[in-house]
Design a protein around this ligand. Sequence first.
Ligand SMILES: NC(=O)c1ccc[n+]([C@@H]2O[C@H](COP(=O)([O-])OP(=O)(O)OC[C@H]3O[C@@H](n4cnc5c(N)ncnc54)[C@H](O)[C@@H]3O)[C@@H](O)[C@H]2O)c1
Length: 303
Amino acid sequence: MTGYLDGKNIVVTGAGNGIGRAIALGCAAEGANVVVADFGVSLHGEDPSSDVADAVVAEIAASGGTAVALASDISTMEGGAAAVQAAVDTWGSIDGAVCVAGILRERMIFNMTEEEFDDVIRVHLKGHFTVYKHASAIMRKQETGGSLVGVTSGAFTGSTSQANYAAAKGGIISLTKSAALALKRYGVNANCIAPSARTRMSENVPFEIEAGEPEDVAPLAVYLLSDAARDITAQVYTVVGPRISVWAQFGEVRSMFAPDLTSWTPEGIQEALPRTIGTEEHPTMALLEQQAAQRQAAAQANT
Ligand SMILES: NC(=O)c1ccc[n+]([C@@H]2O[C@H](COP(=O)([O-])OP(=O)(O)OC[C@H]3O[C@@H](n4cnc5c(N)ncnc54)[C@H](O)[C@@H]3O)[C@@H](O)[C@H]2O)c1
């Protein structure tokens, strides 16, 4: 029997829990050799341990698959290089990398510390760079192409108490699209998945969200890693339960030009902007207004 990823050597970061674990198991079930790279930290990024990576490798081995564990911190250049090198040292090459590792440090922006901001950017955004950089350098030399898969979130469009996380997730999209453009000529594709799944990371979201299971995310990752998807690049796909959606490429939607193509004045903009190009409402604004109305109603009920 042949698998969809037979013979491919794949690194999955954050593979010890949640979505990363499901992707690692999914890749192994489809015949890939998998580096299970996970620092084994808490949701906030504390108390590292090799236990979760070892446990997932044992699970893969028990079902007849091939995997090695690596408890490295992928937010460091050494950690990202070690994850990629583990595939090369063990199986001779690297064909794909999926960057799933992540932490949360939620707080309103006016209370957020520099450390909370830096740590989240480091693990998510730099954690993609460390792996993409080392993987793409080797893929380019191998001349057999390859696949990079980043993990973003719908939160990249803005998230009330997650400015650090939203900024990191937006950066991951820009980083991945840049990698897609730079690596096209080497046969390496790069895409992002924006998942929503029930894990320890999503269990404390303070409002109702559409969520599936981690296992729902694995088939899309497996497909994007395969030769069948090599022409698909610079894309962002949401996956939640049975739904997969593609995001629009970013672009300007409407323009206005200064009279006689001279320069705008603030007064001229004040007059023209609202009635010509206007604004694009943020999709979360309606929810914020609804929450404000609920708070007001509750306050009135208490008086
Ligand atoms: N769960 C969701 O609904 C959801 C929604 C949008 C995006 N995401 C993203 O999906 C990814 C996985 O989330 P999850 O819900 O499975 O979370 P999770 O907490 O279950 O798993 C994250 C894993 O990353 C590992 N990790 C953290 N820092 C690391 C580091 N420096 N080096 C190596 N490994 C490290 C952790 O040990 C953990 O095993 C994250 O990037 C998250 O932002 C999740």
